[in-house]
Ligand binder design. Structure first.
Ligand SMILES: Nc1ncnc2c1ncn2[C@@H]1O[C@H](COP(=O)(O)OP(=O)(O)OP(=O)(O)O)[C@@H](O)[C@H]1O
Length: 256
C-alpha cells in the first residue's frame, strides 16, 4: 500500500497548569492509502480530534510526525481540506460566494470560479439555494455548503471532524449517501471522525477504533462491504455483524 497519509509514533502531550502532563494521543501509527475512506471512532476524549488536527497541521505533535505523500506536515496546506461540526460558513456571503471563496484565494478567474462552484453546488443538491445566505439554510444545507466549499478547492485529502454530529438522524443518513456519492465520483482520501458506530461502518473502507487514557489506536476493522453502499447493505446481516464488532471494541476494549 502506498500511504497517502502516514502517522508515525505520534504523541501529543498537553501540560495544563496545576496538573501532571498527559498524552492526548500516544504512539499513534496509521497509514491511510490514496483514495481510502477511513472513519475514526472511540470514546469521548480519546484523542480523535487531536489526531485529525495533527494531520491538518493545526496541532504540532510533541514527538513523532506525519507525512502526506512522503512529505512531512509542518502546518496547514491546500491539499488538506478540513470540515468541522460547526459549519464555519461566512454569514455575509451567499452559498455560491462561500463555495467560490477558496477559489478566489487560489487565484481562479471569475468565470472559472463560477463553473467550479456551480458544479459542486449541484453535486450537493443546493442549486436552488446558490444565492441564499447561510442564515436562511437548515443545518443540513449549511453542512452541504461546507462540503461543496471544501471539495471546490480540490484538496487531495478531506479531514472531517464529526461533520454530521449536529444533524437529525434522517438528514444525517441523506448526507452520508451524498458524501459517498461524491467520494465515488471525485475520489479523495477521507479521514472522518464520528461518534456514531453505524455511520463509521457505513461510510468506510476501514474503521479505526481508538481507546482512551491515554488516547491511542486500539484496533482497525476492515469493512469488506461492497460499494455503492445502499439501504440493503445498511440492513444486511454482514453490516450488523461489523457494527457489533466495532461497537464491542469501542465500549469493551479490554475484551476486543
Ligand atoms: N488544547 C488543549 N489543552 C489541553 N488539553 C487538551 C487540549 N486539546 C485537547 N485536550 C485534551 O486532550 C484529550 C483528547 O481530546 P480530543 O478533543 O482530541 O478528544 P476526542 O476523542 O476528539 O473527544 P470528543 O469525542 O469528546 O470530541 C482530552 O482529554 C482533552 O481534554
Amino acid at each position: 500500500m502506498t500511504a497517502k497519509i502516514s502517522f508515525r509514533n505520534v504523541t501529543k502531550t498537553y501540560a495544563v497548569a496545576g496538573q501532571a502532563p498527559f498524552n492526548a494521543i500516544e504512539d499513534f501509527n496509521l497509514d491511510v492509502a490514496d483514495g481510502e475512506f477511513v472513519t475514526v471512532v472511540g470514546p469521548s476524549g480519546c484523542g480523535k480530534s487531536t489526531a485529525l488536527n495533527v494531520a491538518a497541521g493545526l496541532v504540532r505533535p510533541s514527538s513523532g510526525g506525519i507525512t502526506v505523500d512522503g512529505a512531512r506536515v509542518e502546518g496547514p496546506g491546500p491539499e488538506r481540506g478540513v470540515i468541522f461540526q460547526q459549519y464555519a460558513l461566512f454569514p455575509w456571503l451567499t452559498v455560491r460566494q462561500n463555495v467560490e471563496f477558496g477559489l478566489r484565494i487560489a487565484g481562479h478567474r471569475r468565470d472559472e470560479r463560477r463553473r467550479i462552484a456551480d458544479h459542486f453546488i449541484d453535486l450537493v443538491g443546493l442549486t436552488d439555494f446558490a444565492g441564499a445566505l447561510p442564515k436562511t439554510l437548515s443545518g443540513g444545507m449549511k453542512q452541504r455548503c461546507a462540503i461543496a466549499r471544501a471539495y471546490a478547492v480540490n484538496p487531495k485529502i478531506l479531514l472531517m471532524d464529526e461533520p454530521f454530529g449536529a444533524l437529525d438522524a434522517l438528514t444525517r443518513v441523506q448526507l452520508q449517501d451524498q458524501l459517498l456519492a461524491m467520494w465515488s465520483r471525485e475520489r479523495r482520501t477521507v479521514v472522518f471522525i464520528t461518534h456514531d458506530v453505524d455511520e463509521a461502518v457505513y461510510l468506510a473502507n476501514r474503521v479505526v477504533v481508538m481507546a482512551a487514557r491515554p488516547g491511542r489506536l486500539h484496533r482497525v476493522v476492515d469493512v469488506d462491504l461492497p460499494f455503492p453502499r445502499t439501504e440493503d447493505i445498511r440492513l444486511s446481516a454482514a453490516f450488523a455483524a461489523l457494527r457489533n464488532e466495532v461497537w464491542r471494541s469501542v465500549y469493551h476494549p479490554a475484551l476486543n
